[in-house]
Design a protein around this ligand. Structure first.
Ligand code: NAD
Ligand code: DAU
Length: 339
């Protein structure tokens, strides 16, 4: 089995590469990533010498390059993690999200169509469903919840999802889609809430909480997301969407307070700042379909996952300190120049 993993130098993609190489010693993994600011080659250091692993630098939106790659490898499955992923950046500069997230998805699927109808998995997000009100805890996102996006990021992911479904209906491309809630864990880029707050707290800097901090996210340990994708690409029904989440809703302010408490820091560091534009109030996933159909269930509960995550950031300071200092850009250039 040969799998193309796009965006594998990012947070979830790299964790997926580790999971797959570890669980399936006979599988070959080709990781394609164009190493944007969010892709970090050093994250993949531990697998670079694995004979079943190959890293390729390239852009999923570059059709000439993608077609050559597919000519040179016979992929059995394509798993597309590659995307611009940060909501705040999409508010500052929407255009790059459209190219990477929508055009890139189309280019990959055309390559799948033109190279023997390769199975294609789209890693999507619960943000395509928009948000839920805080005063209706009974409401959850199911696979039938209408698409109703808020940010340029979520709109670009929803556009990609619709395109993926159209390729199934129109061309018979064997696709699946997963829509997961917020992930946390090792190698999470320190612009996102949990790693940002850990790094700020350790530096004794103010922790910027948007608005009143009462927005709710549904947190899942990254390894559990990787396991869900693993079962979907092996056993998921073609043409289907699977929601992925572990019923772990928490407000932002509660997350921030947990991090401060675990690091022994004062809540005086909390600073309420101007809210994100169009800020979604609450996300909450109903994972009934994936649990009943495919037997998936999360294995890491939040209390353990957040401990593991904070420990990881304490024990891997070089990884995120280099990113924050800008050193990682030099690292890429040096490392990639040698490969
Ligand atoms: P990330 O930003 O950490 O990683 C994205 C990776 O994609 C980076 O390595 C980047 O270099 C690469 N990339 C971006 N544009 C590319 C392009 N045009 N060609 C090739 N590579 C490109 O993101 P993440 O948090 O790991 O998210 C991965 C996927 O999972 C995304 O599609 C995202 O929408 C989805 N998702 C994320 C979460 C979450 O909580 N982080 C939850 C649900 C779904
Ligand atoms: O739900 C899945 C999505 O989760 C993924 O599709 C996205 O790729 C991923 O980035 C994430 O989106 P969010 O917008 O939920 O994540 P973020 O870490 O940016 O923010 C989480 C919450 O914390 C959100 O309510 C905004 C808030 N926040 C965020 C930052 C960066 C703050 O209050 N302060 C901050 O500095």
């Amino acid at each position: 089995m040969k799998i193309l993993v796009t965006g594998g130098a990012g947070f979830i993609g790299s964790n997926f590469v580790f999971h797959m190489l570890d669980k399936y010693p006979n599988y070959e993994i080709v990781c394609l990533d164009n190493l944007t600011y969010a892709g970090n080659l050093s994250t993949l250091d531990s697998v670079m010498k694995n004979p079943n692993f190959q890293f390729v630098k390239g852009d999923i939106a570059d059709s000439t390059f993608i077609n050559e790659l597919f000519d040179n490898h016979k992929f059995d499955i394509v798993v597309n993690f590659a995307a611009e992923s940060h909501v705040d950046r999409s508010i500052e500069d929407p255009q790059i999200f459209l190219v990477a997230n929508i055009i890139g998805t189309g280019v990959l699927m055309d390559a799948c169509r033109n190279h023997g109808n390769i199975r294609y998995h789209q890693v999507s997000t619960d943000e395509v469903y928009g948000d839920l009100p805080l005063d209706r805890p009974d409401l959850l996102f199911t696979e039938n919840t209408p698409i109703h996006t808020s940010s340029p990021y979520s709109s670009s992911k929803a556009g990609a999802d619709l395109l993926v479904q159209s390729y199934h209906r129109t061309f018979g491309l064997p696709i699946t889609i997963s829509r997961c809630s917020n992930n946390y864990g090792p190698y999470h880029f320190p612009e996102k809430l949990i790693p940002l707050m850990i790094s700020k707290a350790l530096a004794g800097e103010k922790l910027p909480v948007y608005g009143d901090g009462l927005n709710i996210r549904d947190w899942l340990y990254v390894e559990d997301h990787c396991k869900a994708i693993d079962v979907i690409i092996h056993n998921g029904r073609i043409g289907e969407v699977y929601n992925v989440g572990g019923h772990n809703e928490m407000s932002n302010i509660d997350i921030v307070k947990i991090i401060l408490s675990k690091l022994g820091k004062s809540e005086d560091l909390i600073s309420y700042v101007t809210d994100r534009k169009g800020h979604d109030m609450r996300y909450a996933i109903d994972p009934t379909k994936i649990t009943t159909e495919l037997g998936w269930a999360p294995t890491t509960m939040f209390a353990d996952g957040i401990e593991k995550t904070i420990d990881w950031y304490l024990n891997n300071r070089t990884w995120w300190e280099n990113i924050i200092s800008g050193e990682y850009q030099n690292y890429y250039n040096e490392m990639y120049g040698k490969k």
